[in-house]
Design a binder for this molecule. Sequence first.
Ligand SMILES: [Zn+2]
Length: 239
Amino acid sequence: MQVIDLKTQINNLVVLQGIDTEIYDLRYEKESKPEQIKILESNFEEKKRSLAELEKKTLELQKQKKDKELELASKEEAIKKLQTQLYQLKTNKEYQAMLKEINDAKADVSIIEDKILEIMEQIDKVKIDINSEQERLKQEEQNLGNEKKKIQDRIKEIDDRLAQLETQRKQVVPNIDSKILSQYEKILSNRDGLAIVKVNNNSCQGCNMYVPPQVINLIKMYERIVTCEVCNRILYIEE
Ligand SMILES: [Zn+2]
């Protein structure tokens, strides 16, 4: 490898930092995507719950209706039986008593029939709710599909861009001394993707701490890599 002066290497590090900053940002964004999809899916599951509740309600109403129908049939059966017995009775008193029993049973039948009609009306109402809920869910499912597609497209975009950046990185890296590069990469991973920072108005742009003039002079000499005493990032001056 040819000898490259430190100033050029620092310039290369700055270029590399530009690439790495974008890589870090994109990776960070990509990492958040599966969680975003999970949230969308669980929101959709939540929306399905009210339909499930309506369906449960329908089943309950149908069971109530069935119970009432059985009750009705047994009442009607009882009335029939009483009516056949009615003509076998000997005294008027017995006859009147049974007639009253039959009429009471008939009144019960009519109450049960009303109740059945009421349940059927409720079932019809719930059916209407179910239909509109199904329509709404169809729309929601479509929205979910669209949102997921958008996220997956973005992931694909990120992957493509990351591949480009890796290629760019490979072009820059050979122009940096391997020792300096490994120092840079160590800081990069310890300092959340930011390893080399500008000194602006005597302050480190990585941690905002004061950089004394003698340190700035050291940077300008380009004899060795100078790091921030506080955040340990490599410092450079834009000239
Ligand atoms: Zn600093």
